[in-house]
Design a protein around this ligand. Structure first.
Ligand SMILES: N[C@@H](CCC(=O)N[C@@H](CS)C(=O)NCC(=O)O)C(=O)O
Length: 250
């Protein structure tokens, strides 16, 4: 029987989205247990010691960290290539992926999305408005200033779509759930790149599953996702009681 790849992590996460885009573009069969990290059970803690998503399970192999997973998928299934061929470009693509995973994530996810969505909807706490304002006015603009300098005037960063484009667009997609949009007059190249990548059929397909999660309460999400055609696992590592993971450095 062919072994399915299994992804643990929900459609809202930018890190999970990176992995799903790679799986979809490489046309690999996979199943997904779309849980938020906060609701993972003890088995989730065993598979993901930092209690973070995504996790990829490929037979006996368990991998955490989106960059590690995407690189693994690329090496195991090289076509279509999602990393540039040129050695220097490939290294730069990884750097831009890292920049998205850390610097963009700091403002867009750990400040904005965390305050406005996670704190409010998962932990029932009020957002820290000062942190939100600082993210919008200082952190995210500073991160975009650097990004803007790195991007070409049009098209994908390295000519063909790569992990760099996917990663950057992925973080802005999750930020759009709390109504963040790049100001195209101030950062035109960043705005154009993100719009171009998010318009790809693969991002649109995942957006339909993301919408199910955003529109519906937790108890109704699995049913709606199955109806929408999401390849869900039959079992889940999710519980109904959220608990925070280990503290993060940033
Ligand atoms: N470096 C990791 C970061 C993954 C990550 O932070 N995922 C978030 C979800 S968007 C998470 O699981 N957060 C839970 C926590 O930090 O406790 C990766 O690239 O996969």
């Amino acid at each position: 029987m062919p072994q399915h790849l299994r992804v643990i992590g929900n459609y809202i996460s930018p890190y999970v989205r990176k992995v799903l885009v790679c799986l979809e573009l490489k046309e690999l069969d996979y199943e997904i247990d779309p849980i938020a990290p906060f609701v993972g059970n003890d088995e989730f803690s065993r598979l993901s010691p930092l209690r973070r998503i995504p996790v990829l399970i490929d037979d006996e192999l368990v991998l955490t960290d989106s960059s590690v997973i995407c690189q693994y998928l690329e090496e195991k299934h090289p076509t279509p290539a999602l990393y540039p061929r040129d050695l220097g470009d490939r290294a730069r693509a990884r750097w831009l992926e890292e920049y998205a995973d850390t610097r963009l994530a700091d403002g867009l996810i750990w400040r904005l999305f965390h305050q406005l969505a996670i704190k409010r909807h998962i932990f029932g706490e009020a957002p820290n408005e000062a942190a939100v304002q600082h993210a919008r006015e200082v952190e995210i603009p500073a991160a975009l200033d650097y990004l803007e300098e790195q991007l070409p005037d049009g098209g994908f960063i390295f000519g063909a779509l790569s992990i760099a484009d996917i990663s950057i667009a992925s973080f802005f997609r999750t930020a759009s759930f709390v109504r963040y949009a790049i100001d195209a007059t101030r950062w035109p190249r960043s705005a154009a790149l993100v719009a171009q990548v998010q318009a790809l059929p693969v991002f649109q397909k995942l957006a339909s599953f993301e919408d199910c999660m955003l529109r519906l309460p937790l108890a109704e999400q699995r049913g709606a996702l199955i109806t929408a055609g999401a390849p869900l696992t039959s079992d889940t590592l999710g519980t109904s009681a959220p608990r925070p993971g280990p503290p993060r450095a940033s």
